[in-house]
Design a protein around this ligand. Structure first.
Ligand code: HEM
Length: 123
């Protein structure tokens, strides 16, 4: 059961990142695809399911006692913030690309923390 939820969590995390990068590319190219209804809805569904899977795992195993998870949560909040910045606030191609680099950097740190379970600063 737990392993299945973890696989689902990882699949949804990959889909979340793929969608963010694809939508950012469409934004940079001025593509009409970004205006499609499903493109506006699907990422929210994926992110909600990703979070539900994460909360389910946390309710099954006492992960909240682990410092790596708290660092991961900080990076997840930053990742969400970069997403908002790219699509709502950044006005130029340069600032949008900078936001995308920040988001991808967060994902790299999130994946590293999830796999190694070794915190960067907390102990
Ligand atoms: C962008 C968001 C996220 C990404 C990219 C992500 C990525 C990952 C990855 C790649 C793993 C697999 C680690 C492994 O195979 O050992 C994982 C596991 C896990 N994640 Fe996430 N995650 C995200 C959000 C969250 C959130 C918000 C929480 C907590 C509320 C969370 C809690 C967990 C837990 C508890 C595990 C299970 C660790 C284990 O059983 O080994 N994740 N995550």
């Amino acid at each position: 059961m737990y392993t299945g939820i973890k696989h689902l969590h990882v699949l949804l995390a990959v889909l979340s990142v793929v969608f963010l990068i694809t939508r950012a590319i469409w934004l940079l190219r001025g593509s009409d695809l970004l205006q499609r209804k499903w493109v506006k809805i699907v990422p929210h569904v994926i992110d909600t399911l990703l979070l539900i899977a994460a909360i389910t795992m946390v309710s099954m195993v006492p992960w909240l006692g682990q410092p790596w998870l708290w660092e991961k949560l900080v990076m997840v909040v930053l990742y969400i913030g970069f997403g908002f910045y790219i699509f709502k606030f950044a006005q130029s191609a340069a600032t949008r690309v900078a936001g995308l680099v920040g988001a991808v950097g967060c994902i790299a740190l999130i994946a590293h923390l999830a796999l190694s379970k070794v915190p960067f600063v907390l102990s």
